[in-house]
Design a protein around this ligand. Sequence first.
Ligand code: BTN
Length: 270
Amino acid sequence: MVSEYCRVGEGMLDKSIIAANICDQKIKIDLFKTIGSTSEYLKGVSPGAMPHICIAEQQTKGQGRLGRSWHSPFAQNIYLSCRYAFQKDLSQLAGLSLAVAIAVIDALKSFCSLEKLMVKWPNDIICQDKKLGGILIDVQAEANGACSAIIGVGINVNMLEDERHQITQDWVSFRKILGEQVDRNKICISLINHLLSCLEQFANNGFHRFIDAWANLDYLVGREVALKTPEGEMIGTAQGIDGLGNLLLELSGGAVRAFSSGDTSIIKNA
Ligand code: BTN
C-alpha cells in the first residue's frame, strides 16, 4: 500500500522545471530540501540588482507575522521568498504587502479556479473563510537611499489533515478545497511570474495602481472588525483602505481612523 507520505513525495519541486517557465530569465533561484526559513536565508545573501528567489520543501523555523511560527512540513506546501531591490526609500514601500497579496491571488486564480479568493488586511489569503496562505515582508535599507524587500509567501497546497493540530489559525488547503493533489511546481511558476510583474509595476508606479484591484478582493470591508494594535484592541467597521494601504476603521462615534499595522479578526454576530 502506498502511504499518504509517499504520494505526497512523488511530486517534488524541480528547479529546472520552474526556471524554464519563468518569464523573466534574469533572476536567481535557490531550491532547498530543508532550510530554517527561506526569508532568513535571503536576508543573509549579499544585495544584488537581480531578483533572488528561494524555495524550500521544508522549513524548520518558518516565520509568520507578528512573531508567530509558520508550520512548514516537508513536500506538502509552498514556502517561497523573493529578495527584490528597489531604487526607493523605505518610506515609499507603503502598500507593498497589499500589492503582493493581490499578485498572489492573481497567481492562484490563473492556475486553477478556486472558490472566491479574498485578502484579509493586510495580506492573509482567504478561501472559504479560512486561511489558505500568508505573506511576510521584511525591508532592509541599502546604500544611496535604495532598499531591498524580502517577501515571503506560504501557501497551503497539499497539507495533510494530521498536521491540523500544529496550526492555531483556521486553515484550508488546495487539496481540501479541490479534493485532489495539486502540482506545486505549477503553482510556484505562476507565483513567481505574477510576483515579479507586480514588483516591477510597484517599482515603476507605486501602490496607487493596485487600489481598485484591492477593493474587489477586500474580505473585511463593511464588517465589524477587531484590530489588535500596540495601543490595544480597536473595534470598528472596516471601510476599505486609504492611498497608502492603511486600514480604515469607523470607530464607535463615527470617526474614521487609519491603521498601518495590526492583526484583524471579524467579530461574528450572534
Ligand atoms: C503569516 O503569518 O501569515 C505570514 C506567513 C509567511 C510564511 C512564509 S513561508 C516562506 C517565508 N519564509 C518564512 O519563514 N516565512 C515566509
